[in-house]
Design a protein around this ligand. Structure first.
Ligand SMILES: [Zn+2]
Length: 219
């Protein structure tokens, strides 16, 4: 999870659809804008190139009972089906950290240690961060159905693969810190727009002593 800059004004269709009895919050203008603002990435797990993207409501609209939430542009997020599904639990109803309003990288640590995804809030009194960290942990670990075992594992493997690419490039960079190609590659790997950026950026932040010049890429 990384900070997202939401664009304004809200897509036009939202206000129009809200007036209808059975309006839709997922007209093409909404989908296009969400995809662009969120860089085509699930804001929860960080996976890119989603085949089953969904419009996720940060605060649930409970089948339209909360109409204002249903059509509120600032309540709409881009997520994968798995994460949207896992988030659909009462525990998260009070609201996880809003990555369009707060920088998750300041409130949560995103660590991959061996075979474990360790996502934790910085301050245990920070309720939104606690919930967001719990949710991100869950989407990589939940195994209560066969399909969820598959989907959690798939995300974990993709995260691991992406981290291994980062480790390899960092290793090479240590020997050739002036290499233009390596600098360009690392810059791209550490962009907020890249897959699993929160984890990669956290790793580099924790190892900045070894790679002080990379500070600008994770700013
Ligand atoms: Zn996801």
């Amino acid at each position: 999870m990384v900070q997202i800059e939401r664009s304004f004004p809200a897509p036009k269709s939202l206000a129009e659809e809200m007036e209808k009895a059975n309006g839709s919050y997922s007209k093409p203008d909404v989908i296009e804008r969400l995809k662009k603002d969120f860089h085509g990435k699930c804001y929860i797990c960080g996976m890119k190139g989603l085949q089953d993207p969904q419009v996720e409501h940060l605060l649930p609209h409970k089948n339209g009972r909360y109409k204002d939430r249903k059509f509120d542009w600032e309540n709409l997020f881009w997520s994968c089906g798995h994460c949207n599904n896992v988030k659909n639990q009462e525990a998260y109803d009070t609201g996880i950290l809003d990555c369009c309003k707060r920088n998750p990288e300041e409130a949560i640590i995103f660590e991959l240690r061996g075979q474990n995804v360790l996502v934790k809030e910085v301050d245990s009194g920070d309720r939104e961060a606690v919930l967001a960290a719990q949710l991100v942990t869950e989407v990589f670990n939940i195994r209560n159905t066969g399909m969820r075992v598959y989907k959690s594992d798939m995300r974990f493997k993709m995260l691991q693969r992406e981290m291994n690419v980062l480790y390899k490039k960092l290793e090479a960079y240590k020997k050739e810190p002036d290499s233009k190609i390596l600098n360009r590659t690392l810059k791209a790997l550490l962009r907020k727009e890249s897959a699993f950026a929160g984890f990669k950026r956290y790793y580099v932040r924790m190892h900045l002593k070894e790679y002080p010049q990379l500070a600008e890429y994770i700013a």
